[in-house]
Ligand binder design. Structure first.
Ligand code: ADP
Ligand code: MG
Length: 247
């Protein structure tokens, strides 16, 4: 296989328990370069744990996670290096409250990548412009709306120049009128070719932006299909039941 055909993210036989509760059960998932995979499923399905396993925030009991052909180790420098290659955006924006917007976006490039202040700021302003909040650069997170904060969180993740981005319900904590401005930034990223794994309940986004929809229940991948197929007729009773509730 040529290198470019290699998946960027690959999970093979990944299992994880919390105590006696199986949370991920024998997960096989492959995400190609530039691919957008939307993960949906009921609460407790294991979607967040899956995201956390992909960038090593959660250890796994068995199986392997590889990022760009490199197996994710349980700890150490290689883990930190690979983790920096996968940006993550959470439901709660969790920006650093005591840093300005610009400070939030420049912190990791300066501390982890060793970029100079002016170089980091120039790159940060470009990213903030891309997500439409460059006018807020000198404000503190509490002075921004939820939608603006989440767009800053996206810019902060992008500042590390990641190979892929993980989004775990990025719009679930937002007021309805702010959901679209965040989804729009994500659509734009997808159109630019970013490799993305997106956990969301926004079915419109799944339909329009996903290359594949992965439906999870009880720690398993129940369906993994293109959105057109998935939404026009899911096969599994679990998926049918879920869609009846969210659509
Ligand atoms: P989802 O994101 O699909 O709602 P999660 O991955 O958050 O699902 O959780 C899957 C299951 O794992 C749930 O039953 C949840 O209660 C359990 N769980 C998640 N994190 C922990 C933890 N740190 N300790 C114990 N159980 C957990
Ligand atoms: Mg979750």
């Amino acid at each position: 296989m040529s290198r470019s055909a290699e998946p960027l993210i690959e999970l093979t036989g990944v299992s994880k328990r919390f105590g006696s509760v199986p949370v991920l059960q024998d997960i096989d998932l492959s995400v190609g370069r530039g691919e957008v995979v939307v993960v949906i499923g009921p609460s407790g399905a294991g979607k967040s744990t899956l995201c956390r396993a992909i960038n090593g925030l959660e250890t796994i009991d068995s199986g392997t996670v590889t990022i760009d052909g490199r197996p994710l180790p349980a700890e150490g420098r290689e883990l930190a290096r690979l983790r920096a290659e996968v940006g993550m955006v959470f439901q709660s924006f969790n920006l650093f409250a005591h840093h300005t917007v610009l400070g939030n976006v420049t912190l990791a490039p300066r501390r982890i990548r060793g970029h100079h202040q002016d170089e980091a700021e120039r790159a940060a302003r470009e990213l903030l412009d891309r997500v439409g909040v460059v006018g807020q650069a000198d404000k503190y997170p509490r002075e921004l709306s939820g939608g603006q904060q989440q767009r800053v969180a996206i810019a902060r993740a992008l500042a590390m120049n990641p190979k892929a981005m993980l989004f775990d319900e990025p719009t679930s904590a937002l007021d309805p009128e702010m959901i679209n401005e965040v989804l729009e930034v994500m659509r734009q990223l997808a159109a630019e070719g970013m490799t993305m794994v997106v956990v969301t309940h926004e079915m419109g986004f799944a339909r329009s932006a996903a290359d594949r929809v992965v439906f999870m229940a009880d720690g398993r991948i129940v369906e993994d299909r293109p959105p057109g197929e998935f939404f026009s007729g899911p096969h599994s009773p679990r998926a049918r039941d879920f869609l009846a509730k969210v659509l």
